[in-house]
Design a protein around this ligand. Structure first.
Ligand code: CA
Ligand code: CA
Length: 162
């Protein structure tokens, strides 16, 4: 199910990047259901953390996304399990990494199951204070720690400048 905010964003004249044909997702071996992390389908908020999601239980695990090209990122929307800390690292060249998003377990409005969190102004799932860093990006690495040790990611949307 695509998220309503995608259409709200389009109505507002924003240019959104759904998974591009050249984009790829890969994961470290601890992750189950890797492709669900970046297939364009969004978990319903509050749904089970292992249904159509990439999920893991090892804090060393990583979900890796390569957009296939450098884009000018203006915002991020991500679906993660509600009760853990998630870190999104990004890179232009795959060598130098910057933390572009820092989600804490208490962020978002969902108290059980999957939670969609966005940096985009006007998005109903917007959360302030996530340490979002806009700018050029190509590669992403998402990892999790703390919480209950049961981690999950359902989707990522990179918002770009028109
Ligand atoms: Ca998905
Ligand atoms: Ca959890």
């Amino acid at each position: 199910m695509r998220r309503l905010s995608t259409f709200v964003g389009l109505a507002a004249g924003l240019c959104l990047s759904l998974p591009a044909a050249a984009a790829t997702v890969s994961c470290s071996a601890q992750v189950t259901g890797c492709s669900f992390a970046y297939d364009g389908d969004w978990p319903v908020q509050g749904q089970d953390w292992t249904t159509n999601t990439a999920w893991w239980t090892d804090a060393a695990a990583k979900v890796k996304i390569d957009l296939g090209e450098v884009v000018d990122m203006t915002g991020l929307t991500i679906s993660v399990d509600n009760n853990d800390d998630y870190k999104v690292m990004a890179s232009v060249d795959g060598q130098t990494w910057t933390r572009v998003l820092n989600i804490r377990a208490a962020d978002g409005e969902i108290g059980f199951g999957m939670d969609t969190i966005s940096t985009v102004k006007g998005d109903p799932d917007r959360v302030k204070g996530l340490g979002f860093q806009p700018g050029p990006v190509r590669y992403f690495r998402i990892s999790a720690r703390n919480g209950d040790g049961l981690y999950s990611m359902g989707e990522l949307l990179v918002h770009t400048a028109p």
